[in-house]
Write a protein that binds this ligand. Structure first.
Ligand SMILES: [Zn+2]
Length: 393
């Protein structure tokens, strides 16, 4: 099967083929053209009038499909009540200590059947696809018990997530000592098959010592280390994560100024989550400075029922451009190739190059309209693995 997207006003392409990530997003090129895909792969950047399926881009942009490298799928239910508490002034840490927060999602997950969890997550996955996200990572973390976490891994695989991350160190289960739970995390990491290990370092969760220990566990298991750090406080977890060889540090709203340059120099992505920042009225990370210093900048939705019930990468790009002072190219590099690198998928996804998997989206206008027409759904068509999986009616 072949698909040709023709008459594109812009086709987003890297400055050269084979790059694992872009430290300067503005190196991306946006030029008119066409894309032909064949047998699931990108075949050529030219028109093919004989293609089985022709999509007229009508002057709109063609981009690689978005890669959402930080979500908390699968989860059960939502927490809209807590959002109202939060906007009316109740601090997150207080909500967490009074049995809300992660604990309430853990209860909802435990009470839901596998079928119910998968039905909710599949619907969300479909919504993401229609908004242009062709690759999705998800995490465990709402199981809060050994059995619950193993079930979350299983549900993540059943959902067909492109990557399943073991966030076994998300919250300390009630009635368990933190260090005793880290022993369970160690055993879970050995027992479960996951694509990366992750930890939440914060006053209500885990410490830098736990992060260091998880780094040793990840090295032993041969999987990348990722970490939720500096979200509400400057805990100075970033140097610990860098020393442990982390693939990414995520959040960074309270990154300490002294830790910026070492992070920017490292082969470790700065995964920024403007949905959580915006909905949580959090601090803004030094994103402009990170980009100027050449960090591997990444954007993701952090889609989860507590701090960022957001599924839309176009919305995330709009927030990032405004809050961070990024160009649209910087935001697009962060939402595509750099995000694919975090997941170890950069050789087959994340950019439009001949031979890569044909994951691409067609927009109804130029790429600059994504942040500018904030809240508008710009996605007119989605091709994943060479198949047209969504076309606006
Ligand atoms: Zn998260």
């Amino acid at each position: 099967v072949s698909v040709c997207v023709r008459n594109a006003g812009q086709v987003l392409r890297p400055p050269e083929d084979g790059l694992p990530y872009l430290r300067r997003g503005n190196d991306l090129r946006l030029e008119p053209g066409a894309v032909t895909v064949r047998d699931g792969l990108i075949a050529a950047f030219e028109d093919d009038p004989a293609a089985d399926v022709i999509i007229d881009a009508r002057g709109g942009a063609v981009l690689p499909g978005f890669v959402d490298c930080h979500t908390h799928l699968p989860f059960a239910g939502w927490r809209a009540r807590e959002y109202e508490q939060k906007v009316t002034g109740v601090p997150y840490e207080e909500i967490a200590r009074s049995g809300g927060g992660i604990a309430s999602s853990a209860r909802a997950l435990a009470e839901a059947t596998d079928e119910a969890v998968l039905a909710q997550a599949s619907a969300l996955r479909e919504e993401m696809l229609r908004l242009g996200t062709t690759t999705v990572e998800g995490k465990t973390g709402y199981g809060l018990s050994v059995e619950g976490e193993l079930r979350s891994v299983r549900l993540g695989r059943a959902l067909g997530l492109d990557r399943v991350t073991g966030l076994f160190a998300h919250a300390v289960p009630p009635g368990v000592e933190r260090t005793a739970w880290m022993d369970e995390v160690d055993r879970l990491a050995a027992a479960a098959t996951v694509d990366a290990l992750d930890i939440y370092v914060e006053s209500v969760a885990f410490t830098n010592d736990d992060l260091e220990r998880l780094g040793e566990i990840a090295a032993r298991e041969g999987v990348p280390l990722r970490a939720h750090v500096e979200q509400f406080n400057a805990n100075r977890s970033t140097p610990v994560a860098l020393a442990a060889g982390a693939r990414s540090v995520d959040h960074l709203a309270c990154l300490h100024p002294d830790d910026l340059a070492p992070l920017a120099r490292a082969e470790c992505a700065a995964v920024l989550l403007p949905g959580a920042e915006f909905l949580g009225a959090e601090h803004t990370p030094p994103a402009r400075a990170l980009a100027d210093a050449g960090a591997i900048c990444v954007l993701a939705t952090d889609c989860n029922p507590g701090t960022s019930p957001v599924a839309s990468m176009p919305v995330i790009i709009g927030l990032a451009v405004r809050r961070y002072g990024w160009s649209v190219r910087e935001a697009l590099a962060a939402a595509t190739l750099n995000a694919a690198w975090v997941l170890g998928l950069h050789e087959e996804r994340g950019s439009l190059e001949v031979g890569k998997r044909a994951d691409l989206i067609v927009l109804d206008g130029p790429a600059e309209h994504i942040p500018y027409r904030f809240g508008h759904d710009p996605v007119a068509a989605v091709v994943r693995g060479g198949e047209v999986v969504w076309r606006r009616p």
